[in-house]
Design a protein around this ligand. Sequence first.
Ligand code: FAD
Length: 324
Amino acid sequence: MKTALVIGGGIAGASAAYFLSGLGVQVTVIDAGVHAASAVPSALINPVRGQSGGVDARATDGMALTWALLQTLTAAGFDIPYGQTGVLRPIPDDKARARFERNLPPTLAHRWLGRDGLPTPLPPAWAHALWLPEGGWVDGAAFTRALLAASGARVIRGRVTAWTAHSAQLQEAAVDALPDVHTVLHCGGSVGSGWAGEARTHRMGSLLTLDRAATAVPLSFGAYLAPAAAGGVLGATYETPVQRWPTPELPLASLGWLLGKGDGLADLSGVGVTGRWTGSRLSGLQNGQDERGVWHLSGLGSKGFLLGPLLARELAGRVTGSLA
Ligand SMILES: Cc1cc2nc3c(=O)[nH]c(=O)nc-3n(C[C@H](O)[C@H](O)[C@H](O)COP(=O)(O)OP(=O)(O)OC[C@H]3O[C@@H](n4cnc5c(N)ncnc54)[C@H](O)[C@@H]3O)c2cc1C
């Protein structure tokens, strides 16, 4: 039987483990279990990105696979809070609407809504509203956990400090636990890139957890409001991009910015803040084999749950093809 070692158990590593196992590979995942961006309490499945309205060419396929996986895992008994609710994008002005319209492919389900057709009220300052019926939200930690468990992979808690195409070394020197494997995949996300000493682009952001969902469906422009397992969230990745992994923190000025953005999206009176979660995401997709023969899936940016499973499924196919 072919064997693979996956470094990192976020959505990239867990999806890779799931699809590799499905292709008959025996997988071991080594995960440090810290600073995973995939632990985000509520992530949007949002095919129309940011304030530019860009749509990734794989967005529709990625979204379909993510929903299909969630349905399969839920039917298998995994408890994953998620909602295939649709996503509402409030748009501030005609110029922004024109930009979004230019980017929207006809194949992506969408509708421009008038004020009387909104699924949730919007403050009057928003000029337009774009409804994406196939979007929604998911509890990132629960989804990732379920994929890992369903993969049947052996999971080792620990940090890998060195690796080749066929071996890896744990920080805690339990070298015996790691026999050589046929192939190694590195899916370490933002923190893993930092530990590897790479100079790549990291962007930090925070979510405030709320005692109730401020809106029935996710709202996103600049920041997002979304339902979550317990109540809701208000969040964004909005700190200045940096070239080194930053220790996750929420500067006070950023807290003010985030609350202002939230107030602009919906009436938050009576909504209580119960906590916060801060993480860092890595940009610059790396998806393939490096010159040393190590496979990589990282740099999923803000599309980890939109594209991560799809890209992992494709990568698993390439990896097993190379082992044949
Ligand atoms: C505030 C915020 C909001 C976001 N919102 C959304 C959203 O709405 N929609 C969306 O799709 N995406 C969103 N994202 C992005 C998404 O979270 C990421 O794209 C995705 O989680 C990245 O997954 P990953 O598996 O590549 O990395 P991670 O989830 O970071 O996982 C990497 C794992 O590998 C482990 N690791 C790293 N190096 C090693 C090593 N050497 N040895 C052992 N283990 C190691 C780490 O400890 C970690 O557990 C958001 C991100 C943030 C920060």
